[in-house]
Design a protein around this ligand. Sequence first.
Ligand code: NAD
Ligand code: DAU
Length: 352
Amino acid sequence: MSTPRNLLITGGAGFIGSHVVRRFVTKYPKYRIIILDALTYAGNLENLRDIENAPNYTFVKADICDADAVAKVFTDFAIDGVIHLAAESHVDRSITDPLSFVRTNVFGTVTLLNVAKEAWKGRFEGKRFYHVSTDEVYGSLHDDSLFVETTPYDPQSPYSASKAASDHFVRAYGNTYKLPFVVSNCSNNYGSHHFPEKLIPLMINNIRNNKPLPVYGKGENVRDWLWVEDHASAIDTIFHTGVNGETYNIGGHNEWKNIDLVHLLCGIMDRKLGRAEGESAKLITYVTDRAGHDLRYAIDASKIERELGWRPSITFEVGLERTVDWYLANTEWLDHVTSGAYRSYYDAQYGR
Ligand code: NAD
Ligand code: DAU
């Protein structure tokens, strides 16, 4: 059982990070939660607005690649636990700019590991470094098998290669320096505060604005979707009760072909926007496939269920309705994050 007093959460202003921060700040008032985030295009303090005045919440703007800044946070706040989510996270961006993924995901993670090792030197008792990773490190499935914790790594994109490298470094620090760590590898998340460069929020935003819905290739790629708050609850469970040195796969037992998912979303949006049935689906446009597009990801989450008693709490139907409701109630958030730099990204990715 890990019970930190001063918990550092990196990447806490991002999509998943903000849900993890909200959960920990409200559920554990006795922990001091320090959020370290560089506030890149994906980081947004609006994601944390509702909890920013909580007495146990502290935000530090810093880059995980800046060893001095990270070391200062460890000293100033006597950090005794880390949940590391900061990363470059979008596969398409990793195809156009792989080096920024090496910088943050590999160099940044090793910088953080090094600072933790030095700060905790000889006093590893009660400390924990939790590295949040992805199922993409296992590669692409071409049969009906599932990823288990022992599936050999076979990353196929610059993003997944950088995450795989970071996972290897975490385990190497555990083996070499005895740094106490846990790793989890999760499937695709969806939910509120998801940056609209990713499939689900991009489609919701485009449907609402009557813009084309860009489906890569034939739309036959399969992803396993998990509600982001269920990922946050899994992280909570693993952080507190996971065994040092172990890896836990997290997933939703919820596989969807992209094209079926887009049709499902169109149907929900037609209903919510009062459009005729089938209206939004007319916006579906097949576009050039993603380079090296992984065919299928699917997680076997039986280890975390069996050993730690975690399970997803809601069905996809309920989660998707909640998600669409959130975006329709927070169009200001969507308009804000899609102004400025998002527009040039969108034009470069999808053309005008
Ligand atoms: P995100 O892109 O929404 O957020 C990333 C956060 O990290 C942002 O707040 C950003 O400002 C911050 N950040 C980026 N570079 C930084 C740096 N150099 N220093 C400090 N902060 C920096 O990402 P997300 O989707 O919330 O993913 C969070 C983590 O979970 C990532 O490690 C990702 O690999 C992993 N993951 C994501 C998914 C998913 O479906 N989104 C699934 C499994 C695992
Ligand atoms: O599996 C976990 C991973 O899931 C995380 O590690 C990543 O950080 C996260 O971004 C996500 O990666 P994907 O590449 O699977 O997610 P994305 O939302 O970008 O794409 C989902 C699927 O939809 C994928 O098959 C590509 C397709 N797609 C995506 C976009 C943005 C489209 O068809 N059109 C699009 O415009």
